[in-house]
Design a protein around this ligand. Structure first.
Ligand SMILES: NC(=O)c1ccc[n+]([C@@H]2O[C@H](COP(=O)([O-])OP(=O)(O)OC[C@H]3O[C@@H](n4cnc5c(N)ncnc54)[C@H](O)[C@@H]3O)[C@@H](O)[C@H]2O)c1
Length: 427
């Protein structure tokens, strides 16, 4: 029997996860939607043929409507809505697949994990990378021991320049007060995957980073507040909005401007909406680059770099072991895992076989399938629970504390301190 679910927040992510139900109706049945935006709500209703009494304007009216309406909910609302909505969903008896980050407020993450455990409910966080064949293969290689004992790891999350501007300068994750620290928004995935791959906890960390480029003083001379208002630098600016967004394509990032797939509608939206703004004149305050240095409990050293000026969207990595060095690249333009064996000099390319065409190298469908399996009582090997996801979130918050205070964080003390503080926090 397919697991029944309600999509709460039928935006980019919610609509995308819904496609799993369309392709695999015997696994997932989308029976309801809660979404305030009429166009997006109707898109979901049409895609899943949702009955009128299962259509809600928001999560609040779904919960207020009384009895439990499906076994599960896919909570794909924006970050600052996650806490209150998920607490209510868990209390109402739903198992929840929750988008990352759980919450941009440190103590709310701890509370969510505690509440799921108290209620005996499944709360799974969308750390989709674990479910993509690339990262599963990487884990298999590391576990095989072929690299020897891993001594150091260099891992980078490289955002292509326009994605940085789209999401973290003009878009939804630009400002901490409305979303959260960029390291949490973007790299809770990376902390999670490093923890999953290396199977060791971090004992100490430090971090540096700042908002260096996307500031008013770096604007071209006489640049107006909007690209659509006749910018003198239109030809030479790589962030010029009409170049980036005026298109009739029906996928991301164009559909983030408006889901109406027409160049004219997008141009119109740029004149007033977020994405037409000059990148040097936005209300952004999150960093545009950051590094984190970590020491693991077995002495391994790990660096995580978040680059905001990339030429290509990809994650790159290097694992130096006592027997071999591994180079990896996770990218929509092609994945690569290459092992250089020290003794023989042999170079081995490890093939990665893609499973499906969903986002994050197949991870988007992978996590929904994993959630469905867990609800059906057959959790898979990669399963991530909210308790496990908490570790990645705590690392991001600790790195932020280090960056702001210019201090080294002892993670064992930090974990104990924040658990204690969470008990006294007024929710
Ligand atoms: N796992 C990943 O790799 C990944 C990638 C991108 C985004 N995300 C996360 O997914 C979440 C959603 O991101 P998105 O890009 O889909 O954003 P989005 O804005 O496209 O979608 C959010 C939707 O929630 C709706 N919404 C607002 N208030 C609501 C309410 N009260 N009740 C129900 N719905 C409401 C909005 O109208 C919108 O359609 C965010 O938390 C984001 O950080 C995760």
């Amino acid at each position: 029997m397919a697991v029944e679910t309600i999509i709460v927040g039928a935006g980019g992510r919610g609509y995308g996860y819904g496609k799993f139900g369309v392709e695999y109706p015997r696994e997932l049945d989308v029976v309801g939607v809660a979404e305030p935006d009429e166009l997006r709500r109707e898109r979901a209703v049409t895609a899943h043929d949702i009955a009128p009494d299962m259509i809600f304007n928001d999560w609040q009216s779904l919960i207020a409507s009384g009895e439990k309406k499906s076994a599960t909910i896919l909570n794909c609302t924006m970050d600052r809505l996650h806490f209150e909505s998920t607490m209510k969903m868990l209390e109402a008896g739903y198992d929840v697949l929750l988008e990352k980050p759980m919450s941009p407020v440190l103590y709310e993450n701890i509370k969510l994990v505690q509440r799921a455990e108290e209620q005996g409910r499944l709360l799974q966080v969308c750390h989709v990378l674990r479910y993509s064949p690339f990262w599963q293969k990487l884990r298999e290689v590391i576990d095989s021991g072929v690299l020897g004992r891993i001594v150091s790891v260099t891992h980078a999350e490289n955002l292509v320049y326009w994605h940085m501007a789209h999401s973290f300068v003009r878009g939804q994750w630009r400002n901490e007060a409305t979303s959260g620290p960029m390291l949490l928004s973007k790299c809770c995935h990376d902390f999670d995957i490093l923890y999953w791959l290396l199977r060791k906890k971090v004992i100490s960390l430090s971090s540096f980073g700042s908002l260096t480029h996307f500031r008013p003083e770096n604007a071209p001379i006489d640049a107006p507040k909007r690209c659509t208002d006749g910018c003198p630098a239109a030809e030479t600016c790589k962030y010029e909005a009409t170049k980036l967004y005026v298109s009739d394509k029906n996928d991301w990032p164009y559909n983030a401007v408006t889901i109406i797939p027409s160049a004219a509608a997008r141009l119109e939206e740029l004149k007033t909406g977020w994405y037409g703004r000059c990148v040097y004149h936005c209300d952004n305050d999150v960093v545009d680059h950051q590094v984190v240095n970590m020491e693991l409990e077995d002495g391994t050293s790990v660096t995580l770099t978040m680059n905001g000026q990339g030429d290509e969207e990809c994650r790159t990595m290097r694992y130096d072991g006592t027997q071999a060095t591994l180079y990896g690249k996770f990218s929509s333009s092609g994945n690569e895992i290459r092992i250089h064996h020290h003794l023989t000099g042999k170079i081995e390319n490890i093939p990665v076989v893609d499973r499906d065409h969903s986002g994050h190298g197949g991870g988007d469908f992978g996590i929904v399938r994993s959630f469905v399996n867990a609800v059906n009582g057959t959790p898979d090997d990669s399963i991530t629970t909210a308790r496990e996801s908490l570790e990645s979130h705590l690392l991001a918050f600790a790195a932020e504390e280090s960056r702001h205070n210019k201090t080294l964080i002892n993670m064992e003390e930090y974990r104990q301190r924040v658990e204690q503080e969470a008990r006294n926090f007024q929710f």
